[in-house]
Design a protein around this ligand. Structure first.
Ligand code: GRF
Length: 193
């Protein structure tokens, strides 16, 4: 895969908007010897994102951009990522939609994690919709990002059984535990392609 840079780990940025539990799991993974990536940058559109604390804790550079003017924010971001030699982007609970132009510049080098079994339940409120439809299973998906929302090539998925008294909160929690395992696995897969 073009992402691999021999013996050195591929410099990776993680984009977040909230809690950052996936960021934390990716940082932990990145520190293992088997990891092909290092986390060198954290980007958030939300200055109050709890996940920014992990950047502080692990001494990772960070940038907050409000995306009010998407074009300006993205252009700033592109130059920052270039200066920092970032070769891979992992979206992890990032609530902004990147423009076609941005995605083109990082073609095939942006991954996202989504809390449903794509192509089912793209977009928001996935758990609510899965429960309303009486689904027996839900889960999570890691996929490449293309210009259509939650529609890029699927790397890996993990199925989770929905129990009888499942609530949105309990389902979200159950799926999140699997997300933390799936994202590192998906990264290993992407580098072996
Ligand atoms: C995850 O469920 C992710 O799939 C979704 O947003 C949530 C982010 O959680 N897109 P966290 O910020 O990684 O804890």
């Amino acid at each position: 895969m073009v992402l691999s840079t021999g013996n050195t780990k591929t410099r990776t940025a993680v984009f977040i908007s909230g809690t950052g539990s996936n960021l934390k799991s990716l940082i932990k993974f990145s520190k293992t010897t088997k990891s092909p990536i290092s986390i060198d940058f954290v980007v958030s559109n939300n200055s109050k994102a709890k996940g920014l604390n992990y950047a502080k804790l692990y001494k990772i550079k960070k940038k907050i951009l409000n995306f009010k003017n998407k074009n300006i924010s993205e252009n700033k971001l592109l130059s920052i990522l270039k200066i920092n030699n970032i070769k891979l982007i992992c979206l992890a609970g990032f609530m902004k939609i990147l423009s076609k132009n941005f995605i083109k510049k990082f073609k095939g080098k942006i991954l996202n994690i989504h809390p449903s079994l794509l192509p089912k339940y793209k977009g928001l409120n996935t758990h609510e919709r899965a429960l309303n439809n009486n689904e027996k299973y839900s889960g999570c998906t890691v996929h490449f990002v293309n210009s259509k929302l939650d529609s890029g090539k699927i790397v890996l998925q993990k199925k989770v059984k929905i129990s009888k008294n499942e609530t949105e909160a309990s389902l979200a929690k159950k799926i999140l535990v699997q997300e933390h395992k799936l994202y590192p696995k998906a990264i290993l897969k992407v580098f072996s392609l």
